[in-house]
Design a protein around this ligand. Structure first.
Ligand code: UCC
Ligand code: FAD
Length: 622
């Protein structure tokens, strides 16, 4: 065209160059660490082939639905054309497809398909029956039922790793459907721990089914206007006993996500005959309610006040609900509401962490692809060492987050399969708030950097990239803010009389012991070991300090726990015989940071009694 004498940019032309977009490829096949981790822990072809096929589906089909959920967000229709109140939350076709897909792919079900009866790994291996298995095999040349049980149990205890790996490749394409799935999983867990019997046996089977037409999702209605963190003081909802033993709930729930759910778990205060309720945590009980409609199509006992206008998570309806006589059943003993819903918090906090790690991974996969397509200053971005250094730093964060998250999933699976040691149980309790608070923050930083790696295009709405950042921002807010979870760390340390920390120190040391002979990792081992000693010293000194000192140190303590443990996991993974040089490099890089900020800040007097007034004066300086 130019050769023919026409200038390139005439009025009607916009130039001939168009940037190729970043392409989402199969997120499972694109993830070397995920594959390595699973190869190390799950030697099963069946898991690989399922994840590979699902990854293909995510890239080719599901990602488009996720986009549709974003551009076609839910809306609330309050009235029908004749003025009757209907409170319909209209969701997109894609959002509804996500529900069916979630059931078909077993995204909740996998976590509960551990139906291997009495055959337990622990029993088989802690008794002489394992010897009997071997004898049986050598005599008959076939597996005895017990050995098969052993194998199944190994599979069973890794069900959570398998399930969460699947969610990990799904999450950024799910249009946030992973949010209702998290709450659904949490509700199933609560029911399982309370006992699968009336009135929740049908609910349990629907929450954990693979059949789309039967599948239910659950809500988690805890937050009220006076408090989302301080649920104990903030909950005003009352439960009025009915003559048949059920209850009617009256109150106002300020945030209820995925409000198109089929059921919910919620908290309320039981009214006595005089209409009085007990205050605080001791007055809260846990309730189960179905979200149903009467013959006129009206919601039973619920009015949807409005949908929230949110920064992100726009794909999903989040509503304010007036509970106006919602029929419900009490699931916990009176006054045991918070303790009973804690199992749900554990599950949803782990899902949150999976989501954080997976969003980091996704933005990196796209940034990596883009770096092979975008040219600046005469060469592709991938050939600019400074650009690759930036991506490499994101990669180190993402690898650390992934290993920390998967380790907590492993611990959860062990606990649920009945093979957890006391150490595992303590670690699971301690690391659940730690992984949630740490990865929630990492996700915002990594995704923000990820957007920048696309230059201006990272800021353009219909690339789909800004939504990743908006959605990441919520990960540190819901399911417990960073500070509230830091205080939860203190709580579990105090309530276990320090046993959770003892488990932590023991396990980190055992991870490091396995690396003692690997010279290339020596600097990393030394760094983690040194930081662990500093942390131990802090903990010993802190035992004599008051509560306000500990609360000031809580966030830095949680960060220290996260960084040191993650360092040990990266080292451990780098020692595995199938590890790559990049695994070692990532471990070395991670361990170059300040792994124990709580020790450094303590030395600088950050938690002394003279600091809070200085902080307050600084904040309030006019
Ligand atoms: O945000 C929400 C849903 C959003 C959507 C879900 C997305 C999921 C991921 C999706 C990815 C895409 S639902 C709202 C979430 N709300 C919170 O997380 C509340 C945050 N606040 C807290 O966590 C507080 O620490 C409270 C509410 C737990 C504090 O309550 P209390 O009553 O003041 O606390 P207490 O008195 O210390 O604890 C009461 C009992 C104790 O048991 P007992 O009496 O046996 O000693 C505690 O040990 O509850 C027990 N407990 C726990 N147990 C409290 N927290 C825990 C825990 N984390 N684990 C085990
Ligand atoms: P506050 O408790 O008022 O916290 C404000 C600030 O104070 C925070 O920075 C917090 O860290 C800090 N803070 C509070 N207490 C302390 C303390 N003791 N020490 C130091 N700092 C402290 N809730 C549900 O129940 N169900 C849902 O489905 C649901 N969906 C949500 C969806 C979205 C998009 C969002 C944004 C929220 C949702 N929530 C839901 C609510 C969410 O769980 C709460 O907003 C969250 O737990 C924080 O509670 P809050 O808003 O009352 O904040």
């Amino acid at each position: 065209w130019e050769a023919a004498g026409h200038p390139l940019f005439t009025r009607a032309r916009i130039g001939s160059f168009f940037q190729e977009k970043a392409v989402l490829k199969n997120p499972f096949l694109e993830d070397a660490l995920l594959q390595g981790y699973l190869r190390r822990h799950l030697p099963q072809e069946v898991v690989f082939s399922d994840l590979c096929a699902f990854g293909e589906r995510v890239a080719k089909e599901v990602d488009g639905w996720g986009r549709e959920c974003e551009v076609n967000p839910p809306r609330l229709v309050h009235f029908d054309p004749w003025g009757r109140r209907v409170d319909h939350i209209v969701t997109s076709e894609a959002w509804r497809r996500m529900k069916d897909l979630s059931a078909q792919e077993g995204l909740v079900a996998i976590g509960y398909e551990r139906s291997f009866g009495e055959w337990r790994f622990d029993r088989c291996f802690t008794t002489f029956s394992s010897l009997a298995c071997v004898l049986y095999f050598s005599l008959t040349n076939s597996f005895c039922p017990c050995l098969i049980g052993c194998i199944f149990c190994v599979i069973g205890c890794f069900s959570r790793v398998y399930q969460m790996s699947k969610l990990y490749i799904y999450c950024p394409s799910s249009g946030l459907y992973t949010c209702p799935l998290a709450m659904t999983d949490g509700a199933a867990k609560v029911i399982q721990s309370i006992g699968v019997s009336w009135p929740v046996e049908e609910a349990y089977s629907r929450l954990t089914t693979r059949q789309p037409e039967l599948f239910w999702t659950s809500g988690q209605w805890m937050t009220e206007r006076q408090g989302g963190s301080d649920v104990a003081s903030g909950t005003e909802t009352v439960a009025v006993p009915q003559t048949d033993g059920s209850y009617k709930l009256h109150g106002f729930k300020w945030f209820t996500s995925a409000t198109d759910a089929d059921m919910t778990l919620t908290l309320a205060r039981v009214q006595d005959r005089m209409g009085a309720t007990a205050p605080g945590s001791k007055g809260l009980s846990l309730f189960y309610a179905e979200v149903s409609r009467d013959e006129d199509g009206r919601l039973r006992g619920i009015e949807v006040q409005r949908l929230k206008d949110k920064l992100g998570t726009r794909q999903m309806p989040t509503a304010e609900l007036l509970l106006d006589g919602l029929p419900a059943h009490r699931l916990s003993d009176e006054g045991r509401g918070v303790a009973s819903i804690a199992n749900m918090l554990t599950i949803t906090r782990i899902h949150n962490s999976v989501s954080a790690a997976s969003t980091m991974r996704r933005v990196l996969q796209l940034a990596r692809d883009y770096a092979t397509r975008r040219t600046a200053f005469g060469k592709l971005l991938k050939d600019h060492p400074l650009h690759m250094q930036t991506l490499a730093r994101m990669e180190v964060e993402t690898r650390g987050a992934f290993l920390l998250v998967m380790d907590v999933c492993r611990l959860l699976g062990r606990e649920e399969s009945g093979i957890a040691t006391q150490l595992d149980t303590h670690l699971l309790r301690l690391l659940t708030p730690v992984v949630k608070l740490y990865t929630g923050k990492q996700a915002v930083a990594v995704v923000s950097e990820g957007l920048e790696s696309f230059g201006g295009q990272g800021y353009i709405e219909d690339t789909g990239l800004p939504g990743l950042l908006r959605d990441a921002q919520v990960l540190s807010i819901w399911e417990g803010t960073t500070n509230v979870l830091s205080l939860d760390v203190l709580r579990c340390v105090a309530r276990s009389s320090g046993m959770v920390l003892h488990a932590y120190f023991t396990h980190v040391k055992s991870l490091l012991a396995g690396a003692s002979s690997v010279s290339s990792l020596a600097p990393a081992v030394k760094a983690v070991d040194g930081s662990l000693s500093e942390l131990e010293e802090f903990v010993q000194g802190a035992a004599t300090r008051g509560q306000s000192y500990l609360e000031l140190a809580a966030r830095d303590l949680a960060y220290s726990l996260a960084r040191i443990y993650t360092g040990a996991l990266l080292i451990d993974h780098a020692c595995w015989k199938g590890a790559s040089p990049s695994d070692s490099y990532a471990a070395l890089r991670w361990c170059e940071r300040d792994l124990c900020p709580v020790a450094a800040k303590q030395k600088r007097g950050y938690y002394d009694s003279r600091t809070p007034p200085l902080d307050a004066a600084l904040v309030c300086d006019q």
